[in-house]
Design a protein around this ligand. Sequence first.
Ligand code: 5GP
Ligand code: ZN
Length: 136
Amino acid sequence: MDCIFCKIIRGEIPSSKLYEDENCLAILDINPVAFGHTLVISRRHYPEFLDAPPEAMTEFMKTGYKVIGAVVKGTGAEGYNLLVNNNRCAGQVIPHLHLHVIPRKNGDGLRFEWNPRPYPEGEMEKIAKAIKASLP
Ligand code: 5GP
Ligand code: ZN
């Protein structure tokens, strides 16, 4: 398959490997937004978060938990962001499930472009109702 992360997992593309197990591979992002920016990549190719069954996500996050701790400790981070982009409109460039671990320091200047705005009248209740109706 022509997927960069599958190629990295198969060892066909070099990477700065930090950790691997039967579920995941953790590497340094080649284009970091902060030094130590790490990607925890699912060993299996799931295009996005909801394509992975819940059991696979549980295993994925077990690895993630370990790696997050190591990134924070190893970089001396004072905080960290965890991020999974899903699909192009949400900024996903590589359609293979991965978790970004971004170490943060006070005053590091890194900004995520949030655009918060209030709901128009009645919209909050409508959206809450639609989401609740979609729960399994
Ligand atoms: P996405 O936008 O899909 O959530 O994030 C993809 C990430 O993969 C980006 O942060 C990008 O810098 C990183 N990336 C893309 N190609 C490579 C590569 O060949 N090696 C490594 N280590 N990271 C990559
Ligand atoms: Zn893949």
